[in-house]
Design a protein around this ligand. Structure first.
Ligand SMILES: Cc1cc2nc3c(=O)[nH]c(=O)nc-3n(C[C@H](O)[C@H](O)[C@H](O)COP(=O)(O)OP(=O)(O)OC[C@H]3O[C@@H](n4cnc5c(N)ncnc54)[C@H](O)[C@@H]3O)c2cc1C
Length: 401
């Protein structure tokens, strides 16, 4: 493993730093625009400069550059450090839908949906889970039936993040008589279509992000399907190939740990900084071990990918999510113990406290609640453990329903 990036990447790092300094926060007339418009403009400039959506083809509104994971890592590190709005307002759109369309969509679908998604003008939600179909997604029941040149949708989705703000949904619907995942198709749905009802669900943070989405004879054009009839399962997995671009990023965990250290230094217990107590130091040392493991594992995956050995990191990728969510939970638990009764009354936010300063108790309480959600979202920790046990360790297959 070679941890040096090399001269060309060091130069790129300087260029990105300079770009971030010049481009954010907005100045002049732009400073008077609303925040969303400011962010759209920032993202557009960053894409033109080749710093965001770098390898998305130019005709789809991206940077049109060759895939270079080291460059993308350097750029992401600098944009995170500069605290600019690099993260898409619609991660479901940029991280899930765009790679899927690039892999499986028609040229027309790519041209129509990708450019506004990349800059943040088009917001997406993901309609997969249903009551009774989460981990066992293949059992989902919402149906789409072809009627002339329209699909007619009926059924219900649940836990749909961002459904209230979303312009569009990509979702899985049962279109074929085949059982389980073989009967599903992947559809793109305009959220303003008559017959769609979005019912918000209040989260335990008090915020509203999740929704139930009901479909009652919703008619969408036949060309709204991505891929072929009955191949929705395969289409939804196309994203996985591109997820390798998102790995190697232990920076969120590293920042959370730094904040935790500061909290332990500032919080006083029995008249002394909490960090001076042996039990706190012990827990911090354990957590630091897990954070370091994540950091080194991500360097190793990055080295393998940069050397075109992508397929060798699939196992590590499977473990990375589980280890990340476990470590986030440990960080969140220790922070609440440090805050003691202060943590009971702190106001929470629905953003997992990410944008609050580390001194704000509410940040830690929200992070704690979010850490529980992270161990469920996108595949629960139990399911990850099954996959690791069966596919990596070769343990006997678990019982299936
Ligand atoms: C923050 C957050 C955001 C989400 N956003 C979206 C979204 O935008 N769109 C969307 O479609 N969905 C979304 N979800 C839903 C998420 O995908 C599901 O909650 C998840 O897949 C689990 O499904 P479930 O809730 O039905 O739980 P279940 O599948 O019913 O699981 C319940 C419990 O049983 C365990 N379990 C289930 N099967 C097994 C097994 N075979 N072996 C061992 N244990 C098992 C699980 O680990 C879990 O502990 C989101 C969830 C969260 C928490």
């Amino acid at each position: 493993m070679d941890l040096r990036y090399g001269e060309a990447y060091d130069r790129l790092r300087e260029e990105v730093r300079d770009f971030a300094r010049r481009s954010w926060p907005p100045r002049g007339d732009e400073a008077r625009l609303d925040e969303r418009e400011q962010q759209i403009r920032f993202r557009r400039r960053a894409i033109e400069a080749g710093y965001l959506s770098r390898s998305v083809p130019a005709e789809c509104g991206g940077g049109g550059r060759a895939v270079d994971v080291l460059a993308e890592t350097v750029i992401r590190q600098e944009l995170i450090a500069a605290d600019v709005p690099w993260r898409s307002p619609s991660p479901q759109g940029t991280d899930m839908l765009v790679p899927t369309l690039l892999e499986e969509g028609t040229p027309e679908q790519c041209r129509r949906y990708i450019p506004p998604t990349l800059v943040g003008e088009m917001i997406w939600c993901q309609g997969y889970s249903e009551p009774g179909s989460g981990s066992d997604l293949g059992s989902l029941q919402s149906r789409a039936e072809l009627d002339g040149d329209h699909w007619v949708l009926n059924g219900q989705k649940i836990w749909t993040s961002s459904a209230r703000e979303a312009d569009m949904m990509f979702g899985l619907f049962r279109t074929e008589a085949e059982p389980r995942s073989r009967g599903l198709s992947y559809l793109l749905i305009d959220m303003r279509t008559p017959g769609i009802e979005v019912r918000p669900l209040t989260m335990m943070t008090g915020g509203i992000d999740f929704c139930e989405v009901w479909f009652d004879d919703v008619r969408i054009p036949a060309e709204s399907m991505v891929g072929r009839r009955g191949e929705g399962w395969k289409v939804s997995k196309a994203t996985l190939k591109h997820e390798r671009m998102l790995i190697g990023d232990a920076s969120y965990l590293e920042r959370a740990f730094e904040d935790l250290l500061r909290l332990a230094r500032e919080t006083r217990r029995d008249g002394r900084p909490a960090i001076e107590h042996a039990d706190v130091r012990q827990r911090l040392a354990e957590i630091e071990g897990f954070v370091a493991t994540q950091t080194w594992a991500s360097h190793r995956m990055l080295s393998a990918i940069a050397a075109d050995r992508d397929m060798t990191v699939i196992n590590e990728m499977m473990m990375a999510k589980l280890s990340l969510t476990n470590t986030m939970e440990r960080i969140a638990e220790l922070s609440l113990d440090l805050l003691a009764e202060g943590g009971l009354t702190a106001p929470t936010t629905d953003e997992g406290g990410m944008r609050q300063g580390w001194r704000t108790p509410g940040k830690w309480v929200s992070n704690y609640m979010m850490s529980l959600g992270l161990s469920i979202a996108g595949g629960t920790s139990n399911i990850q453990r099954n996959l690791i046990g069966e596919r990596i360790l070769g343990l006997p297959r678990d019982l299936r329903p």
